[in-house]
Design a protein around this ligand. Structure first.
Ligand code: PRP
Length: 181
């Protein structure tokens, strides 16, 4: 796939500024307390890696993995846990970290799951939010950018596992998506 199929949406500079801003807010909200960030594989890995390095607290991180899209553009409607966190979240300040909030099915499932683990606090950080696509009414505490319903890749987000390594967030032309579906 050539570069001509991609259009710039959010530059690496704007992403970096927003990540710093969210990290600052997390630092204020949990002032003086430890936090654990839980990233949702794979898309959130890059956002989490940048975010955690800007949080001026005792911050650790772990990952969960779920299946829902199974490589398809359409959500299957069902979310299954594929990988759990390694340690107890009881009495911990937890921030669930996602690259994108789309239908809300993934975060609704994960929020409910993590709440059963008895955290002291649970907040949700998403870099991108597509409110037009919501099926479940989940609201994130920290939102980087609200975006229209376009197919976005880069900075962790993929199309068939391609493009996760792009430093900027770009849109992928729909004719390309259709040709490859
Ligand atoms: C994407 C994204 C979120 C989820 C959001 O993951 O990373 O986890 O979909 O969608 P939702 O709000 O409609 O539930 P995907 O299943 O594509 O896996 P990936 O992170 O490995 O790319």
């Amino acid at each position: 796939m050539g570069e001509f199929t991609l259009r710039p949406l959010i530059s690496r500079d704007r992403i970096a500024a927003k990540v710093t801003e969210i990290a600052l807010r997390i630092g204020e909200d949990f002032a003086g307390e430890p936090v654990i960030l839980i990233g949702v594989l794979k898309g959130a890995a890059i956002f989490l890696a940048d975010l955690v390095r800007h949080i001026a607290l005792d911050a650790s991180f772990d990952f969960v993995a779920v299946s829902g899209y199974g490589g398809q553009r359409q959500h299957s409607g069902e979310v299954k846990l594929v990988k759990d966190v390694d340690d107890s979240l009881a009495d911990k300040n937890v921030v669930l970290v996602e690259d994108i909030l789309d239908t809300g099915l993934t975060l609704t499932y994960l929020k409910n799951l993590l709440l059963t683990r008895g955290p002291k606090a649970l907040k949700i950080a998403v870099l991108l939010d597509k409110p037009d696509r919501r099926i479940q009414p989940v609201v994130a505490d920290y939102v980087g950018f609200e975006i229209p319903d376009e197919f976005v890749v880069g900075y962790g987000l993929d199309f068939d596992n391609y493009y996760r390594n792009l430093p900027d967030i770009v849109t992928l032309r729909s004719d390309v998506i259709e040709a490859r579906s």
